[in-house]
Design a protein around this ligand. Structure first.
Ligand SMILES: *Cc1c(COP(=O)(O)O)cnc(C)c1O
Length: 421
């Protein structure tokens, strides 16, 4: 459920009419609903209660500082995968003891930044990284709390580019090697192992792969405790999928996920951490775009939008489906027609949808891409020197621009011509 509904035939974000925002900021733009973000965060905390837990929002799915402040103020922790994301979490006022640092290639500079600014834990992904962190922590005279991300070798049954829990993926340490690795951590002066981490992929539409992974984490918890390690926290990663079409997909709900976590891990006395990104942010955002031209081609008609693959790359990168709806609702029974929905970028890959049945629209009309809150704005680029598009946050009947569109002067000012040219 989200808060993007038609009222009197006009698409709204909560109580704000989308055309009103379009008039204020121009198209294209992203718009997020505070009520939807809040609701999705709460679904997880309720699903995990009464287990001690922390829901750490995966910043990489939607990293605007205003969104992080909204979630942080509700009590959320943050999962960061870079020094930049760490700084975003801090800028949003999230205390270090609610920030977990994930990612396969943390640099020494990033480790230092987080150790100095405060960190809940580092999720380690390799033995070289583990030794580097011990050295950095020792040099600062501190001990870094760590988990090891184990790779449980389960098939997440999702798109190959977002599956992370098979042994051929670059992520984590093979679970079979975990006991040796924890033994080495115990010998390193700068580290203290406090838990185990696992994250098997994104956009999972079944619980079974999670359950298979968590069963392995359970066994490992018992084995590590028998080896004398103080395993207090289990970080179960993110990955729960969302429905991208309103008809045929029904991924498991947070409640089902929470019940499964309790069933498989609830008796271990551990604090549970989860790192959902997409499920919190995905359906909390729309990409709103204007129709520039309707072009009649041979055997197909093209809807040429002012949004392009640089603004929303998921369709060209992952063959992802986004529902596309008109901002002014077509009256029931009005005709539809198949369109190839494309952007203006000079790439055939700049295609959002092929032969999509849509009501008839005209230049100047607005359309909205649903489920665009996650991995939308954060993956945008300025390809074709198209400015990053604004982000808008709606709460109730008011809205604010939370990232403005840069001017071309600002964009051009970042380039410098060397004096010898
Ligand atoms: C991407 C990622 C997440 C979030 O995944 P979602 O599918 O958006 O829930 C969580 N943890 C880690 C380590 C990740 O890389």
């Amino acid at each position: 459920m989200d808060h993007f509904l038609y009222h009197n035939g006009i698409l709204h974000a909560e109580d704000v009419a989308i055309p009103e925002i379009a008039a204020a900021v121009g198209t294209p733009f992203y718009v997020y609903s505070a009520a939807t973000l809040t609701r999705h965060y709460r679904l997880f905390t309720e699903a995990l209660s009464p287990l001690p837990h922390l829901v750490c929002f995966a910043i990489k799915s939607l990293s605007n500082v205003a969104v992080l402040k909204l979630l942080g103020d509700l009590g959320a922790g943050m999962d960061v995968v870079s020094g930049g994301e760490y700084l975003r979490a801090k800028a949003a006022g999230v205390p270090g003891d609610r920030i977990v640092f994930s990612g396969v290639g943390k640099t020494r500079e990033e480790m230092k930044l987080a150790l100095e600014g405060g960190i809940r834990q580092f999720n380690l992904e390799s033995e070289p990284e583990m030794r580097a962190l011990s050295e950095v922590a020792t040099a600062l005279g501190v001990v870094a709390p760590v988990t090891v991300r184990v790779n449980p070798d389960v098939d997440a049954k999702t798109h190959a580019k977002i599956a992370t829990g098979k042994s051929e993926n670059k992520f984590g340490i093979p679970i079979a090697r975990a006991r040796e690795v924890y033994a080495e951590i115990a010998r390193l002066p700068g580290l203290k192992a406090i838990g185990i981490d696992v994250h098997i992929g994104s956009q999972l539409t079944e619980l079974a792969p999670f359950e298979a992974a968590f069963a392995k984490v359970r066994e490992l918890t018992l084995a590590l405790r028998a080896d004398g390690h103080d395993i207090q926290r289990l970080d179960l990663g993110g990955g729960l999928g969302i429905p991208y079409t309103r008809s045929n997909e029904a991924p498991p709900l947070p409640t089902d996920y929470g019940a499964m976590v309790k069933r498989t891990l609830g008796d271990l006395g551990c604090e549970i951490e989860i790192e959902p990104g997409r499920l919190i942010s995905g359906n909390a955002g729309l990409l709103v775009s204007g129709v520039v031209y309707v072009k009649n081609g041979e055997g197909r008609d093209f809807l040429i939008l002012d949004a392009a693959m640089n603004d929303l790359v998921r369709p060209s990168m992952y063959d992802a489906h986004h529902d596309i709806i008109p901002v002014i609702e077509a009256p029931a029974g009005s005709p539809t027609q198949p369109f190839d929905v494309v952007g203006p970028v000079c790439e055939t890959g700049d295609t959002f949808a092929k032969a999509r049945e849509l009501p008839l629209v005209a230049p100047g009309d607005l359309v909205a891409f649903r489920s665009a809150g996650a991995y939308g704005a954060v993956m945008a680029s300025e390809y074709n020197t198209r400015p990053l598009i604004p982000e808008v946050l709606v709460q109730g009947d008011h809205f604010a621009v939370i990232r403005r569109r840069p001017t071309f002067d600002e964009i051009l000012a970042r380039d410098t011509i060397p004096e010898w040219l």
